[in-house]
Design a protein around this ligand. Structure first.
Ligand code: NDP
Length: 483
């Protein structure tokens, strides 16, 4: 009996995804370069699969693996992103038949996905770039799945993926995002938003501790309380758990024994690079990415500490603690609204640039469960796009506009207090500046245009009449109409 689907690459993610698929009653062909991972999986979880009416079909060779799957074959590749993915695809392709579907479920850069999709299409194969969010736990119990590729491929793959995905209010957290690299593009922006979310949470913690005078355990209580309201989300809940954890070896708050240099695997950087190409100001995500870089510059930080005073200005700032805690909550929420609005702008711009018709409301829908950024708040985004599919910006929709209007005074107080206290809040501050930039009647961009025209004859447009102009700055200052 042939397997309904195959999966090669049985490290943590692949293994859990395979178990999840088998638990949903499927016969799944499994393969891994190092055979022991495959046999270990079957030994440990073959029984579990059978209990659920599923089964693993293990193969040592890629040939046998391919031959054990029903046609048209759907084969998930869950290996290390980058060259390993290409290596596996190159090995697979000669073994496949026209109409088979190769699915890259790893964290590929969307431009790699586009390249692979084109190459496989020329060979009569379907290629699907599929974003899977939720880490190990999500892969096992229900991830959020962002599927790219053709409609045809989704018809074969979609039902299985929708069944294994997380579910919220009866709706699976899996959808066909759009053609070619749309799924991986959206997954990338999702990760970028995750960077912003985490940075905002980290800044809130720093403020509550350094300025608010609360110990980590007390900050955990604050986060627990916040998790009862609009901020309710997986990351806020996890923050409360992490902050209340005491290190067994030292008896210190766990957060104090962790080295303060944040690492990254690159998806935040990719998001920012893409945003620069698209010309979309995703300032929250960019600041979050740079904040991680800064934290890792140990030598520069040491050099700065040696030259500048490290005495905290925080002690000189007087606050009413209760009011301050509430201000930080409002600032966090307003900044989060900005970060998501920016992320959705980027998805819209990417869709436009690449000719993908991405339904933005569906992205909010499938992020409500399974993934790291799952949050109550995504329901509001889903509703906003349902009311107005061609939204100019999420920021101005009634619910979010009210959240920002209600929070703006607190937001300003928090950013000002942070500046006075010497506590870095790049994500809070840049989000507030973004908001002020958008709503300002006139921006100093006018001066920039004038300077550009002066030094480089780059021309400018006028507010009082149509046309493009250049002023003879080195001459008699007369103005020439250029077109
Ligand atoms: P890793 O990224 O650590 O990759 C290990 C797997 O890749 C092993 O199965 C390994 O085989 C295989 N592999 C590496 N090089 C080759 C090669 N040249 N040929 C064949 N197989 C190769 O595994 P993860 O499970 O952590 O992640 C898998 C994918 O999922 C990655 O793309 C990752 O970015 C993505 N992802 C990971 C998440 C996570 O939380 N970890 C979350 C979401 C996505 P072998 O056993 O033989 O070494």
């Amino acid at each position: 009996e042939l397997a309904t689907i195959g999966l090669t690459g049985l490290a943590v993610m692949g293994r859990n995804l395979a178990r999840n698929i088998a638990r949903h009653g499927h016969r799944i062909a499994v393969h891994n370069r190092t055979t022991s991972r495959m046999t270990d999986l079957i030994d440990a979880f073959g029984g579990e699969a059978e209990e659920h009416g599923g089964a693993f079909v293990g193969s040592e060779s890629l040939e046998d693996f391919v031959a054990s799957i029903e046609k048209p074959r759907a084969i998930l590749v869950m290996v290390k992103a980058g060259e390993p993915t290409d290596a596996v695809i190159d090995e697979l392709v000669p073994l496949l038949d026209e109409g088979d579907i190769v699915v890259d479920a790893g964290n590929a850069h969307f431009t790699d996905t586009r390249r692979r999709q084109q190459a496989l299409e020329e060979k009569g194969l379907h290629f699907v770039g599929m974003g899977v969010s939720g880490g190990e736990e999500g892969a096992l119990n229900g991830p959020s799945i962002m599927v790219g590729g053709s409609e045809h491929a989704y018809e074969r793959l979609g039902p299985i993926m929708e069944a294994i995905a997380a579910e919220v209010d009866g709706t699976p957290c899996c959808t066909h995002v759009g053609p070619d690299a749309a799924g991986h593009f959206v997954k990338m922006v999702h990760n970028g938003i995750e960077y912003a979310d985490m940075q905002l949470i980290a800044e809130s913690f720093d403020l509550l501790r350094s300025v608010g005078g609360l110990e980590p355990g007390a900050v955990a209580d604050v986060f627990r309380e916040w998790n009862e309201g609009d901020l309710e989300s997986f990351l806020i809940e996890m923050t409360a758990d992490v902050l209340s954890h005491t290190d067994a070896a030292t008896g210190q708050p766990f957060v104090d024994v962790v080295e303060d240099a944040a690492e990254q695997k690159g998806t935040g950087r990719w998001t920012v690079q893409s945003a620069l190409d698209l010309g979309v100001p995703i300032t929250g995500i960019a600041e979050a990415t740079f904040a991680r870089s800064l934290s890792g510059h140990t030598e520069q930080r040491e050099a700065a500490r040696a030259v500048f005073s490290t005495t905290s200005e925080a002690d000189t700032v007087e606050i009413d603690r209760e009011a301050f805690v509430d201000d930080v909550r409002a600032a966090l929420y307003a900044s989060k609204v900005v970060a998501y609005a920016q992320g959705f702008d980027q998805i819209a711009a990417g869709a436009e640039e690449n000719g993908w018709a991405i339904d933005l409301g569906s992205m909010a829908t499938i992020w409500r469960g399974g993934c790291i950024i799952r949050a109550q708040f995504l329901d509001r985004i889903k509703e906003a796009y349902a009311d107005e599919p061609d939204l100019t910006t999420l920021l101005t929709t009634p619910y979010f506009a009210d959240a920002v209007k209600d929070g703006v005074d607190a937001w300003r107080r928090v950013v000002a207090t942070a500046a006075r206290a010497g506590v870095p809040v790049p994500a809070f501050a840049s989000s507030l500046s973004y908001f002020d930039g958008l709503r300002r009647e006139r921006l100093p961009a006018a001066l920039i245009q004038a300077l550009r025209d002066n030094f480089g004859a780059h021309t400018y447009r006028r507010t009082d009449r149509e046309g493009t102009f250049h002023t003879l700055w080195a001459g008699d200052l007369t103005e020439k109409e250029m077109s």
